[in-house]
Design a protein. Structure first.
Length: 382
């Protein structure tokens, strides 16, 4: 079977699909990721074959162009309601790349098309070729249901010109999120176990070199620093550095270490490192609520303090708190105050109920069908 995978041009949007791609390849199927270079770079790092379509997207430019110097998105927009998130950008992007996707797909003739939740061209390509379409959620999903509803309106004429009756829904919807963590009332989906992929890396040499009884991980993804996040890192480091008998491991691009400045003795700055290599040595995690990070930390069964910065991160933060797994600071004033962050971390580490709830969620996630089991089912679709 030939499987075509499509993704919007943000690496973080594609990485949830990687374990399924591995499972399909291990089962003997041919997999090609058709995408812009922003995504093909990540696909190559995961050992996957690609077809490069279009130029590099430079997605952060869209945000940096409107972001005042020294401000983060939370300063500019606050906490948006899910319906306030503008998805027309991705609909336009899908319309722009659809002819290239179709040209490649008609030549390569896939038997199955897999796309992530915001790649709206995937279902159209599959329907035009008469093959099944799979949509894969990132994790906590407050957007894709109404995004598909909006596509039924905004992309209707494109679909009609291709001889389709309208915007097609997926044949199968896959969901790696634990039901207790997922947004209530959204479309039912086939569960698939989350298998962490945060890029390749080397097992850290400092894993066993603990400097305190407890270890806190601070990880804010690859975009937070680039989007004026240095002051936020300084605030978090100050707050965590004042915790007694806690070692804090902060993942950050070394290009920003000089700007972050000196750190307390109890804080260890490390380069971006695959989280699954060291989360088992941690007692709690402070993160930003991005989908893949939230799924990885939840699968590890760790208590969480979430400082969301944009869009669906706020929904993920609310769901983490609602599941009893952790705490949230979702205002710019709170995130920028070392005393507020310090107090939240103290509470998180002092109350075992957060870790107990997180461990229960992790057990449920581990019991979900593996990507290998799901790949076997997908191979039967016609």
């Amino acid at each position: 079977m030939r499987v075509l995978m499509l993704s919007t041009p943000f690496p973080s949007h594609f990485v949830p699909l990687v374990p399924l791609a591995w499972a399909l390849r291990a089962a003997g199927h041919e997999v090609v990721v058709a995408a812009q270079p922003d995504v093909t770079d990540v696909a190559h790092s995961a050992g996957l074959c690609t077809a490069m379509l279009g130029d590099r997207f430079h997605g952060l430019d869209v945000v940096l162009d409107v972001l005042p110097e020294g401000s983060r998105l939370i300063h500019l927009l606050g906490k948006p309601a899910p319906e306030q998130v503008n998805l027309s950008f991705w609909q336009v992007h899908a319309s722009y790349l659809l002819p290239r996707y179709l040209e490649f797909a008609r030549a390569w003739r896939p038997d199955l098309v897999v796309s992530e939740q915001m790649e709206f061209a995937g279902p159209i390509v599959a329907a035009a070729l008469g093959v099944p379409s799979i949509q894969h959620r990132w994790g906590v999903d407050a957007m894709s249901d109404w995004a598909r509803e909006d596509c039924a309106r905004s992309m209707r004429r494109i679909c009609l010109r291709l001889g389709l009756d309208g915007f097609p829904g997926p044949s199968v919807l896959l969901d790696p999120c634990a039901p207790e963590l997922q947004v209530p009332g959204i479309a039912p989906a086939r569960p698939i176990r989350h298998v962490p992929f945060n890029g390749p890396g080397e097992r850290p040499g400092w894993l066993g070199d603990r400097t305190a009884d407890r270890r806190l991980c601070v990880t804010l993804g690859g975009q937070t620093l680039a989007l004026n996040g240095v002051p936020l890192f300084r605030t978090i480091i100050e707050a965590a550095g004042a915790l007694p008998e806690v070692e804090t491991v902060v993942t950050a691009d070394p290009a920003y270490w000089a700007a972050i400045g000196p750190v307390p003795r109890s804080v260890r700055l490390v380069p971006p490192t695959p989280l699954h290599l060291f989360l088992s040595t941690c007692d709690a995690v402070l993160h930003h609520g991005a989908a893949n990070t939230t799924m990885t930390v939840s699968a590890a069964g760790l208590a969480q303090l979430v400082l969301p910065q944009m869009q669906d991160e706020f929904t993920a933060a609310d769901r983490v708190a609602g599941a009893g797994m952790g705490l949230v600071i979702d205002t710019a004033d709170g995130q920028d105050d070392p005393a507020t962050v310090h107090a939240a971390l103290e509470k998180l580490l002092a109350d075992p109920r957060y870790g107990t709830a997180a461990a229960g969620i992790a057990r449920g996630m581990a019991a979900m069908p593996s990507p290998a089991a799901v790949a076997a089912e997908l191979a039967t679709l016609r």
